[in-house]
Ligand binder design. Structure first.
Ligand SMILES: *[C@@H]1O[C@H](CO)[C@@H](O)[C@H](O)[C@H]1NC(C)=O
Ligand SMILES: *[C@@H]1O[C@H](CO)[C@@H](O)[C@H](O)[C@H]1NC(C)=O
Length: 170
């Protein structure tokens, strides 16, 4: 396979809300840890960054499972891939690293190239360092524009919801 750099521009609408206290009592140490976490007011944010999925010597994704028809199916039906892709501020891979996209995608469509994406965007820089966004949705690979859901998060993104839109340059 030829080298296939993929760059996606991601813009997310993120809503971080104050923490809802759990009703189930947990071990005291966990409760104390949770109480000490900083709580932020709900706000709307828009983030833009670039996502790089690379083949080659620094391959960032790995097929881990397939069905017995994956490699004879036109859409690789049944293929499951694990990825750990860098997220950067600019389109060049050498630009500043802001996080990593760690997750799975699987070919779940027999009709077109359609993937189920299940990913965590784990941030490693600035005010978002240590926080993550959980993303899940349908990705029709051959379309230029994609939309998947932000279904939650951790740290500053605790209880986040929103939309992740992307554009791919294959
Ligand atoms: C794939 O596996 C299923 C279930 O074991 C089997 O019924 C089917 O015949 C297999 N198909 C091919 C193309 O080998
Ligand atoms: C991000 O947080 C980790 C863990 O607290 C720390 O080691 C690291 O230096 C931080 N990175 C930046 C760029 O602030």
């Amino acid at each position: 396979m030829e080298k296939l750099p993929m760059i996606l521009l991601l813009c997310s609408m993120v809503i971080a809300t104050p923490v809802v206290r759990g009703v189930v009592e947990g071990p005291k140490v966990v409760e104390e840890w949770f109480e000490k976490l900083s709580h932020v007011k709900e706000k709307v944010a828009k983030l833009c960054f670039y996502f790089h999925e690379n083949l080659g010597k620094s391959q960032t994704f790995m097929p881990v499972a397939q069905s017995n028809i994956t490699y004879t199916s036109p859409n690789f039906f049944g293929l499951v891939v694990v990825m750990d892709d860098p997220l950067t501020v600019g389109p060049e891979i050498s630009s500043k690293l802001v996080g990593r996209c760690q997750g799975l995608y699987g070919s779940t469509s027999q009709i077109e190239m359609g993937y189920l994406m299940v990913m965590n965007f784990v941030f490693v820089d600035g005010e978002f360092n240590g926080s993550s966004l959980a993303v899940m949705g349908h990705n029709p690979l051959k379309h230029i524009y994609h939309e998947v859901s932000i279904v939650g998060g951790s740290g500053i993104f605790r209880l986040a919801c929103g939309v992740l839109t992307s554009w791919s340059m294959l």
